[in-house]
Structures are given as C-alpha cells and as structure tokens.
Unconditional design. Structure first.
Length: 326
C-alpha cells in the first residue's frame, strides 16, 4: 500500500465543559470531561468511523476538531496549520475546507429560509461568485445530491427527513471542502432511507475525493462505509484499526463487547456465539475512574488498571489498543 498523506493530525485533544454554581457570581465546582486526550490521524480520501455508546464524546470530538467548541487543550493540525491557535478571521478562511453534516435534519435547517438560500448561504458568506453564479451552483449541488433543482424555492418543512438530510449534504459540499465530519447523519432517518444516504455519501467521496470522519452508533453501517474504525469510551479512544481487522479480531474488552452485540444474519452462527453483557453503567464523565476508564465494567481488570492509564500501543500493523491486558 502506498504511503497515505495525513490530512488532519489530532493530538491529545481535550474538551471539558465547566459546571458552575451561583446565579450572579458563578464559580466553577467541577467539569464534564467530554473529551479527555484523544489522538488520531485522518488520511486523505479515507473514511474513519468513530463508534461508541451514547454520551462517550463522539459528537463533541467532531465539533471540537472543527473549532465549533474551543478545545481545552491539545492540537488539531490540518494541512500543517494548528487550528487551535488560529485567530477567528484566519479560522474563517480555513473553515471553507472543513464542513459538517449534522445529526438532525429537522433542527439543522433554518425553517424561514428556502432550500436555495440554505445551500447558497456558505457561498454568500465567503463571497464566492455573484448572485447568478451562486444560483447556478445551488442548482448543480441539488442535482448532485439527488434532488430536483426546481425545488430550490421550497422550504424545509415541505421535504421528508431523507430529503432534508440531502439538503444538509448539499450545503456541506457548497464550498468544495476536503474534510466533512458526518455527525450521525443517518440515525434520525428511516431505515429504508439510511442506505440511500450512505450510498450517496460514498458516491460523492469517489467523485470529489472527500475525507470523512463518520460518527455513528450503528456498527454494521460503520463497517460498510469506513476504511478504519476508532472505538471511543468515556472521552478516550480505546482501539483503532483497519475495519476488517478490528471487526474480525477486536482486542480491547470494550470493543469485544460491542462487536458481540452486532447481529449476524446466519441463525446457526448467531446461536453459537457468546454475547458479552457488560455489568453496571457508564461512569459519570464528571468524575471518571482513575487509570483505565473501562476498568469498572471490565472482567479482566487488575490492580494496574486502577493505578495507570493504559498507553495506546500498536499490537499488529495498524492496529492500536489501549489496554494493559492485551
């Protein structure tokens, strides 16, 4: 395999949300450790799937990478520029190349704007072309995502959920970005529509050379669309690897439990396999456990797991795991 170019390098990314008390004089009494030292590379033209249960910090990671949330600490290097240090004006220029498709196609579109205005808004803000050129580009984008360009004068409420998500995708494509963060783009959609949207994203990636960070719950969908997969638990990444390798040979106890929950279409194999049922609930991100985050629910946990934070180690080529017991 030829050497891939790193498009984005994320190192020790931290995002804590302060918890305050008091009405007039607010004092900080704690923090929600939403993202707590996340590191990974995104290669040009690939799809990196980011999976984990609700509340583990996946969406916060996506938004912090794009500087929609200001990171508490860490680096986000995109095209050799550290986005964390950039002044607002410089960040605006870079933002043309970084876009996001939001989870909720109902809440992410302004109900008072027509579809043409929504898709054309990024072009207007960044002064790309005159009114006629913007209109032509909007028509072209709607056509590209499988919508009738004649619908550009309609409002979001006149469309179904799948069509609205296509509008969101068209808006994300308006400025010809290099990287798109897909924040659970199919979880709010009907199952029959999900495959259509994922196929559209794949076609657009091939056609335009896009790079995706694909955040999702649905492990079978992540397996279908991703080249590599990162597994997240309570603000940290516990395992990263090639899609096939990670699904066939999960090494971290948490990943093994996740994979055991994915249904297999073969009834005989489904009957034989052993489900791993995790005990207890996910600890609070306000007060995460010491050492390994997963130790409170892990059946392999030893004393070292409480004392030392496990380092991310390369176990087989391209397969990284953060676990003392592997």
């Amino acid at each position: 395999m030829s050497e891939k170019k790193v498009l984005m390098h994320v190192k020790d990314l931290v995002k804590h949300f302060p918890i305050t008390q008091g009405i007039v004089f607010q004092r900080k009494i704690g923090a929600v450790h939403a993202v707590d030292g996340v590191s990974f590379d995104l290669y040009e033209g690939e799809t990196l799937g980011l999976v984990g249960e609700s509340g583990c910090g996946k969406s916060t990671t996506g938004r912090t990478i794009l500087q929609l949330y200001k990171p508490t600490a860490g680096e986000v290097v995109f095209n050799d520029i550290n986005l964390v240090d950039l002044p607002a004006e410089e960040m605006r220029k870079v933002r043309r190349e970084l876009q996001m498709i939001f989870q909720d196609p109902y809440a992410s579109l302004n109900p008072r704007m027509t579809v043409g205005e929504i898709v054309g808004e990024p072009l207007t803000i960044h002064h790309v072309g005159d009114a006629k050129e913007i209109k032509e580009k909007v028509m072209d984008l709607l056509d590209k995502v499988g919508l009738n360009p004649a619908f550009s004068n309609r409002y979001p409420h006149e469309f179904s959920g799948g069509q609205r998500q296509r509008i969101g995708i068209a808006r994300a494509l308006a400025l010809d970005p290099k990287l798109i963060v897909c924040d659970e783009p199919i979880s709010a959609l009907d199952v029959s529509i999900q495959a259509q949207v994922v196929n559209l994203l794949e076609d657009l990636q091939d056609e335009l050379g896009l790079t995706y960070l694909f955040i999702a719950h649905d492990l079978s969908m992540v397996r279908h669309i991703s080249d590599r997969v990162a597994v997240m638990y309570l603000g940290v990444i516990v395992e990263v690897g090639d899609r096939k390798e990670l699904y066939d040979h999960p090494m971290h106890p948490y990943t093994q439990a996740l994979m055991s929950a994915v249904p297999i279409p073969d009834p005989t194999a489904e009957e034989k396999r052993k489900r791993i049922i995790l005990q207890g609930d996910v600890p609070s991100p306000v007060n995460p456990p010491s050492g390994c985050r997963f130790r409170t629910r892990c059946n392999l946990a030893q004393t070292i797991c409480a004392e030392q934070k496990p380092e991310m180690r390369e176990i087989t080529p391209g397969h990284f795991v953060a676990c003392h017991m592997v």
